[in-house]
Design a protein around this ligand. Structure first.
Ligand code: 13P
Ligand code: SF4
Length: 299
């Protein structure tokens, strides 16, 4: 219904639409590129267009703006937010820096520009292991997601991890008993879980990884039924790639992602304006850990 108008607005604004796998299927269908947070951040640094519409939550739009200060970045809904991104404070980072000299602060990309500006490295769920492996410091303060932090820490017994108590409200509320019950109902199913889930959920999973990782892993396993423990928006891409397979989800919906719709994308492009604005000095400091992430993952 909006396709012609959207195409015309994209041409007029020299714009591209990027969408995360968690937004509604019709938004994903209208996007030029769909991906997980790492893919989208990296993609944004290579596109020729001068304007990016980030169909996702606030920290994703901020990340695109920090990485591309000369581009205009629009969020279709300014209220689309990730609660976890606000769970850690700069004071918590300062306190940890005062305590340990040999410390690296690694912030999950689901964090504010201010937190990125106070961090040494940034990571996403798809590259956290590679980032930690490249960090020389012994002490690691991993913020804000306790579950992703603990999942990665288990792979590095030689490091001393310090966790923050942040969590994703969507993934953290899923309990092991719910997943065990789904497995009981579908005994031949494989379980795929995002590392933002609790450790006791992750031990039940056959595969643990980012949204892109889950999408690929489903194709690598020959199972008719697949239990997917991440946000339900990923169903659109799973069904597109694997029409012959069945997917079972616990109820997991991210309110922020669900605020994004085609109307909002059209409105952003029609109204125009400067888009996301970040203080230039803050953006410069926040870019450093993101650039490091891109450098390390490019090796
Ligand atoms: P991905 O890194 O898999 O895109 O996850 C982002 C996210 O917000 C998960 O809740
Ligand atoms: Fe944030 Fe969780 Fe939503 Fe991802 S699913 S954007 S971590 S609230």
């Amino acid at each position: 219904m909006y396709t012609n108008e959207l195409d015309a607005l994209k041409r007029e604004n020299d714009a591209v639409v990027l969408a995360h796998y968690y937004v509604d299927a019709e938004v994903q269908a209208a996007a030029d590129f769909i991906g997980d947070s790492f893919f989208l951040a990296k993609k944004a640094t290579t596109i020729p267009q001068s304007t990016i519409v980030m169909a996702g939550v606030n920290f994703m739009g901020e990340t695109m703006k920090i990485l591309n200060p000369d581009k205009t970045v629009y969020l279709p809904d300014a209220e689309a937010d990730c609660p976890m991104a606000h769970m850690v404070t700069v004071d918590a980072i300062r306190a940890m820096r005062d305590k340990y000299d040999d410390l690296a602060v690694i912030c999950y990309v689901n964090s504010t520009a201010e937190i990125k500006a106070h961090s040494d490295y940034c990571c996403t769920s798809s590259n956290a292991e590679k980032i930690v492996a490249s960090v020389p410091e012994t002490h690691i303060f991993f913020v804000p997601d306790q579950n992703l932090g603990q999942y990665i820490a288990a792979k590095f017994p030689e490091k001393q991890f310090h966790f923050h108590e942040g969590f994703c409200p969507v993934h953290h509320r899923i309990r092991a008993e719910q997943i065990a019950q789904l497995k009981k109902n579908h005994p031949d199913a494989a379980i795929f879980a995002h590392p933002e889930c609790r450790p006791e959920v992750l031990v039940l999973a056959d595969y643990k990884g980012s949204t892109s990782g889950i999408l690929d892993a489903v194709g690598e396993r020959d199972r008719a039924v697949n239990i997917i423990v991440t946000e339900g928006g990923i169903a659109a891409e799973l069904e597109k790639r694997y029409p012959e397979k069945t997917f079972v989800f616990p109820e997991m919906l991210c309110e922020g992602m669900k605020r994004v719709n085609l109307k909002g994308i059209i409105r952003a492009l029609r109204e125009g304006g400067d888009g996301i604005a970040i203080d230039p000095e803050l953006a410069r400091r926040a870019k450093r850990p993101l650039d490091r992430m891109l450098e390390i993952t490019a090796k």
